[in-house]
Design a binder for this molecule. Structure first.
Ligand SMILES: Cc1ncc(COP(=O)(O)O)c(C=O)c1O
Length: 406
């Protein structure tokens, strides 16, 4: 496997554009940033939507597309199967599980649909639990589950400001108060605020009470350094097109081998193994094949290094403005609860419209692209999401803009 040093060396030699950029680069992170052909016309601090591909991943994706287009069914009928199995094996290895415990999907939404809609251990009288910070579509999938299975929905607001123990306690208190809860949703990194949940502790606490957990790891994989055994969860949905940097339309569903029976097959006639849990028909092979290239790039930069870098970019503005009298930074300083994403609100501005106006002001007056996020119990906010291609100077521009706005 190539080291990060090797990436940097390759970066200096692979293209003229790269050389120009790296000649002026001040740090090795500038050299990694130069591997992304992103527009600098606007300061892009809304990278939570999807993670644009690094140049080597895009080149590999194009090569896969070209081959598939050139060889057509001659490739699809003979070589696609083994190639896709190799992607699956690599993905499982990086996640620290067996290949027959994962499914390659078209994103986290699809992966989580398989897990939520397919969960078939509920009976009349049971309840299921969601929180305000969970993703809108997973909340919607739980609402559907409630209708279809005739169970009860319990919804909580997570504490704000949050503490590590306070988050565990919030879930434990809810499960204690309502023993009918048998299934809960847990979002590892909130897309609304960037809050990181202590998933391992909460999953273990819930399991001890006989409660199953479905984990949404859409924003954590590739942003935080962990493997599946670190979480201890039985059912997890991932995306590869955010922080792993694969092409759009790629994701993973994980079901622990011993729990395969808890998720109903999509087509029973196909069987009861992991492959029967989702049936998509023919998909975009090229995108799926490029997951392997994206994982290689991810590993070359280093999962821990990515986490450290993204948190440093986040700390640079969020901790600098922590004590600003007119700003609320929605994730705490505790590094266990933070990653690259963090949201803020101007004190007292809690409506979606007010936060949309703040994001619009950042764009129009300061050329900084962010996004408003609704759905947080204590009020809407504006989300700031750096990426590996973000420069410190761009974060400093945000700090200056927020000081001017607040
Ligand atoms: C928390 C969370 N879960 C799930 C998803 C869905 O991810 P995907 O785009 O892979 O379907 C997103 C996407 O933004 C998300 O933020």
């Amino acid at each position: 496997m190539l080291s990060r040093r090797a990436i940097l060396a390759a970066a200096a030699t692979t293209s003229a554009g790269m050389m120009t950029t790296s000649a002026t680069a001040k740090t090795e992170w500038d050299t990694i940033a130069a591997q992304y052909d992103v527009s600098r016309d606007v300061i892009q601090l809304e990278n939570g939507n999807f993670g644009t591909m690094a140049r080597p991943v895009y080149a590999a994706y194009r090569a896969h597309l070209e081959r598939i287009t050139r060889e057509g069914s001659f490739y699809a009928r003979r070589q696609a199967g083994p190639d896709l199995m190799a992607v699956r094996a690599k993905t499982a290895a990086v996640l620290g599980v067996a290949p027959d415990e994962i499914l390659l999907t078209r994103g986290a939404t699809e992966a989580l649909q398989v897990l939520i809609a397919g969960y078939d251990r509920l009976k009349a009288g049971d309840a299921v639990l969601i929180a305000d910070l969970d993703y809108d579509e997973t909340q919607a999938a739980f609402q559907d589950l409630v209708k279809r299975r005739g169970v009860r929905l319990v919804s909580i607001a997570l504490p704000e400001p949050a503490t590590y123990q306070g988050l565990i306690d919030a879930y434990e208190k809810t499960l204690k108060a309502d023993p009918a809860i048998k299934l809960m949703m847990l979002t590892h990194v909130s897309h609304r605020t960037g809050l990181v949940l202590p998933v391992k502790e909460i999953v273990a606490m819930a399991r001890a009470r006989g409660v199953d957990t479905i984990v949404d790891a859409a924003h954590s994989w590739g942003q935080l350094d962990f493997t599946l055994p670190d979480l201890g969860a039985d059912f997890v949905g991932f995306t590869c097109h955010k922080w792993i940097g694969a092409p759009l339309g790629t994701g993973v569903a994980y079901i622990r081998k011993e729990r395969l029976d808890a998720i109903a097959p999509a087509l029973e006639a196909i069987g009861h193994g992991i492959d029967a849990k989702l049936h998509t028909g023919t998909t975009n092979f090229a995108a799926t094949l490029a997951i392997k290239d994206a994982l290689e790039f991810h590993l070359r930069v280093g999962a821990k290094a990515k986490e450290t870098r993204l948190r440093a970019l986040r700390d640079r503005w969020a901790e600098a403005l922590r004590d600003h009298p007119r700003l609320e930074i929605l994730t705490p300083s505790d590094a266990r609860l933070t990653c690259g994403i963090t949201s803020f609100r101007l004190k007292g501005k809690t409506s979606v419209e007010e936060n949309r106006a703040v994001a619009a002001d950042l764009l129009q007056r300061f050329n900084i692209f962010t996004v408003e996020r609704p759905g947080v119990a204590k009020g809407a906010c504006v989300r700031v999401t750096p990426a590996l291609f973000t420069h410190e100077s761009e974060i400093d521009a945000l700090i200056a803009a927020l000081k001017a706005i607040a």
